[in-house]
Write a protein that binds this ligand. Structure first.
Ligand SMILES: Nc1ccn([C@@H]2O[C@H](COP(=O)(O)OP(=O)(O)OP(=O)(O)O)[C@@H](O)[C@H]2O)c(=O)n1
Ligand SMILES: C[C@](O)(CO)[C@H](O)COP(=O)(O)O
Length: 400
């Protein structure tokens, strides 16, 4: 992973456009490329390229979705992003992003979410050019088509010398003071930030862009992005692990006796024992593990993913809960390190089946080590009176 070590740097990701040319059924940044949105892929690229404040500018009403995308892309760098509402034009959205910058930011990049597959190397080139002294830097590609000037009726009125043209991309990089002053003084709506800065009298320099930094504007552009991700995900866009360190989590669960059928606990059936009650099988041991894993990964808790509105988990056993949790973790870039769980119960007696329980839970977690311990509470409390079972779990998750 390339992490550009430039202090006082921020990236504004503008994602507040409506996508009228794409017609994707949602604001463009929230349209899916694969199972992830354009914004998610754009933010993954940004977080892969650098460690900096990231301001995400979105349409009103999409702040929640943007937070989820940003959280998934940022991994353990969630303290670095801010989500703000944009304006009616791209320029207004950039201004909204600028207003949210931390006080110590000196260099700012403005990046289109729509250029979702921009490689980290483009960010590097832009940042290094600003860091080396340029007030304004844009990545460009040469224009490859023959260009004509046409009139309103579509009739060609003359040639254009393409040798003096370049196609502008993003991220565009600026000294913060220069961009802020240019946008404060601007009296026209420009389609990119470099135009506003140039209108304010500053030189704009170019660095090499990249074909993969194309802007998803129309349906065929979206198809191109889909094809790139499907055929060469590693080459077309950086999809690195976004977490840099393991994390721990804690979970507890309690169920009372009084359910129907036989007891299920710690992933095992216990013939002859009274069942626990609950929406599922009442397996407090498995549920505490789910909570510990989700907490470790920052993915909420069991109610977030297995609420009573999920009929498929009614009566479900540990394996269903744990394997789905492993999938949620995997989607967010985590795998299970290990789990330790303690069960407090007068019955059932765990001594003879402790290893069997560890093996069942481990298998449901795809082989991660699970330690199970059990204790009574000397007759104290609801577990001591034999009214129910309590379980306490800790879990370690590690970056994939
Ligand atoms: N009011 C706006 C308009 C555009 N953008 C952002 O600016 C980038 C480039 O704009 P464009 O590709 O033109 O996006 P849209 O305006 O959404 O597309 P269209 O012009 O087809 O409606 C996009 O990431 C878009 O989300 C923005 O943040 N706020
Ligand atoms: C900023 C930009 O992506 C540079 O090419 C572009 O100007 C913005 O998109 P639009 O299609 O011109 O609105």
């Amino acid at each position: 992973m390339t992490l550009t070590p430039v202090p006082h740097l921020a990236v504004i990701v503008v994602a507040a456009g409506s996508g009228t040319r794409l017609q994707g059924g949602a604001p463009k940044a929230f349209v899916g490329i694969d199972d992830r949105s354009i914004l998610h892929h754009a933010l993954r690229g940004v977080f892969a390229a650098m460690s900096a404040q990231v301001v995400v500018v979105v349409p009103r009403g999409y702040e929640g979705e943007a937070l989820t995308d940003a959280r998934n892309a940022a991994g353990d760098r969630a303290d670095l992003f801010t989500v703000v509402v944009g304006g009616a034009t791209r320029q207004e959205s950039v201004a909204a992003g600028l207003a949210a910058l931390w006080a110590d930011v000196e260099i700012v990049l403005v990046h289109d979410a729509a250029r979702a597959l921009t490689p980290p190397a483009v960010f590097d080139r832009v940042v290094h050019a600003v860091d080396a002294g340029a007030a304004a830097v844009i990545p460009t590609l040469p224009v490859v088509d023959t260009i004509k000037r046409v009139d309103e009726s579509g009739r060609v009125v003359g040639p254009v010398d393409r040798s003096e043209l370049a196609a502008a991309q993003t991220p565009q990089g600026f000294l913060r003071s220069v961009l802020e002053a240019a946008l404060a003084a601007v009296d026209a709506d420009h389609t990119d930030d470099a135009a506003a800065v140039a209108a304010a009298g500053h030189a704009v320099v170019t660095v090499e862009g990249d074909a993969a930094a194309f802007k998803i504007t129309t349906g065929p552009d979206l198809e191109r992005a889909r094809a790139l991700l499907a055929t060469e995900p590693a080459a077309s866009v950086a999809r690195p692990p976004v977490h840099s360190a393991p994390r721990v989590g804690i979970g507890t669960d309690v169920h009372g006796f009084g359910g129907e059928g036989t007891l299920w606990l710690a992933g095992l059936e216990w013939p002859g024992e009274v069942a626990l009650s609950g929406h599922s099988d009442g397996d407090a041991v498995a549920h505490s593990i789910v909570d510990a894993l989700l907490a470790a990964a920052g993915l909420g808790d069991i109610g977030t993913h297995f609420g009573t509105d999920r009929p498929e988990f009614a009566g479900a056993h540990a394996a269903a809960f744990l394997s789905h949790t492993v999938q949620l973790l995997s989607d967010a870039g985590w795998r299970v390190g290990n789990v330790a769980v303690q069960v407090q119960a007068r019955r059932p007696r765990f001594a003879d089946r402790r290893i069997e329980a560890e093996q069942a839970l481990s298998a449901a977690l795809g082989g991660a080590p699970v330690s199970v311990s059990a204790t009574t509470t000397d007759g104290l409390g609801f577990t001591g009176r034999g009214e129910g079972v309590a379980a306490f779990a800790t879990a370690l998750v590690v970056p994939v």
